[in-house]
Design a protein around this ligand. Sequence first.
Ligand SMILES: C[S@@+](CC[C@H](N)C(=O)[O-])C[C@H]1O[C@@H](n2cnc3c(N)ncnc32)[C@H](O)[C@@H]1O
Length: 263
Amino acid sequence: MPGAMERAHPARVYDYLLGGRDNYPVDRRAAEEGLRANPASRVPPRENRAFLRRVVGHLAGERGVRQFLDIGTGIPTSPNVHEVAQAVAPDARVVYVDNDPIVLAHAAGLLRGAPPGRTGYVDADLRDVERILASPQLRAVLDLDRPVAVVLVAIMHFVADADGPYEIVRRLLDAVPSGSYLALSHLTGDFDPDAWDRVAAIFARDGVTLRVRSRAEIARFFDGLDLLDPGLPLVTRWRPDAAVNLAATDAEVAVYGGVARKP
Ligand SMILES: C[S@@+](CC[C@H](N)C(=O)[O-])C[C@H]1O[C@@H](n2cnc3c(N)ncnc32)[C@H](O)[C@@H]1O
C-alpha cells in the first residue's frame, strides 16, 4: 500500500491547483501533468470554490438555513463553510466530513476558533452514509429533525457508478426533513471529453476514480427535489457575483452546480 507521500491525493491536488501549500511533490507532479493534459484544469477548482461560497451565503442568508453537512470538505481554504455561514448567522451549525487522512490532520486547525458545539468534524467515507448519520460527532452538532443543507460540492465525481452514487445521495436526503437542501457540484466532460479522459487516467494511476458525468447524469442527483433558480448551470452562472471569471469558456469551467429544496 503506497504511503501518503508516494501517491497523489485528490484533496492535495485540489489544494495545489487552488494555490495552497498543503501538498507534496507527488501531488504537484500529478497536478502539473493534469495541467498538461488539460491546460484549463486550474479553472474548475477556483470557480467551484467560489460557487461553494456563494451557495452557503445564499442558504444561510436568503433561505435561513442554520445547519450544514459538508461532505468532502477538502483541505481548509478560507473562507470555509462555517466561516461563510457563521458570518451570516452566528448560530449556524456545520459538520464537516472527509475520508482523507490529510484532511483529518487539518481538522483541528479548521475548527480552531470555531464556536464549540456549533462546528464538528467526522472522519468517514461518503459511501458509508449510515456511519456518517449515526456518528456522535454529527449528532452533537446537528439536529436531523430540523432542515439541513447537505453539501456535496466537487465530491460525487470521485464516486464510481459501482458504488451507487444516486443511492448515496438519496439516503442522505431521506435522513433529513422537508425544507432541507442539496447543494451539489460535479465535473463534466460535456465540453471536452478527451481532456477529462486524460485527467481521469492520471488519477486512475494513483488508484483514484474520477468519473466525470454529463449534465443529464448530474441532473439525476436532484430527482424528486425542487431546483432553485437558475437550475443546474455551469457554476460560474449560478448567481454570479463580481468575483466570477466570466471570461472562462464552458470547456474551462467544466463544473455544473445546483441547489435544490426537499419538498
Ligand atoms: C475536490 S475536493 C472538494 C473540496 C470542497 N468540497 C470544495 O468544493 O472546495 C474533494 C474532497 O472530497 C474528498 N472525498 C473524495 N472521496 C470521498 C469519499 N468517498 N468520502 C469522503 N470524502 C471523500 C476528498 O478527500 C477531498 O477532500
